[in-house]
Design a protein around this ligand. Structure first.
Ligand code: MN
Length: 233
């Protein structure tokens, strides 16, 4: 078989992929979706009513990922950068309008991530009715662990999720406190976008978000997945 080498006019971006625990295989990343305000207490700390909202979504870029417990460089343009520890769903099979009772069949595995946020810029964007990218989708804004396949960890519907900064507990919750659980998230998201294998979904953060500074060590933990450790540099 022969193939024609494409004549790109600039160098194509490399494929971004995440290690898969217990395997030499890699998970190629297509899109990163994030769920906003998906724990009641965090929704309240951000000034909203958790009882009256459908889930909503924003995106990060796949090249915003920081893998292998790499450092998080303090980003430009902000004086108020927050951590948000989040369980991440890795989609193994795509689809549209996926019913909740079939949703878990579309999950390849789970990971733990940090939805790093330039809170000051996000706040200004919200106030001005502008999109959130400036606050959410910046370079290095998505530290993430390897992906634990469902075959290894099962489906995660409960279990402690927490974040320490410099050894001090800042965020503490349980996956069973998710307002929209994994099947509910997949149902809603797949009614808006066509999901495909390779998509990652950050499922939202428990209460206790706060600011970090250079030199801080962020350590996240989630039962069933393990830990992530990221230094702010
Ligand atoms: Mn978040």
């Amino acid at each position: 078989m022969s193939f024609v080498e494409l004549n790109y006019v600039v160098a194509p971006a490399p494929t971004v992929s995440v290690a898969v625990r217990g395997s030499t295989g890699r998970f190629p990343v297509r899109r990163i979706y994030c769920v906003g305000r998906n724990y009641a207490e965090h929704t309240r700390e951000m000034g909203h009513d958790p009882d009256r909202e459908l889930p909503f979504f924003f995106q990060k870029n796949r090249d915003n990922l920081v893998l292998d417990n790499g450092d998080f460089p303090y980003p430009a343009m902000s004086n108020n950068v927050h951590y948000e520890v989040e369980m991440v769903v890795a989609i193994g099979k795509g689809g549209m309008n996926i019913p909740t009772e079939e949703a878990l069949d579309h999950v390849y595995g789970y990971a733990l991530g940090l939805d790093m946020t330039r809170r000051d810029l996000q706040g200004e964007a919200k106030k001005a009715g502008r999109p959130w990218e400036i606050g959410k989708a910046f370079e290095h804004s998505a530290p993430m662990t390897d992906i634990v396949p469902v075959a290894v960890c099962g489906h995660l519907s409960k279990g402690a999720i927490s974040l320490k900064v410099n050894g001090e507990i800042k965020q503490q919750g349980d996956l069973e406190q998710l307002i929209w659980n994994v099947p509910g998230i997949i149902f809603h998201l797949s009614s808006i976008f066509e999901l495909k294998a390779g998509d990652l979904i950050m499922t939202g953060t428990p209460a206790g978000v706060g600011a970090i500074k250079r030199g801080d060590l962020m350590e996240g933990f989630c039962e069933g997945i393990g830990s992530i450790s990221t230094k702010v540099v």
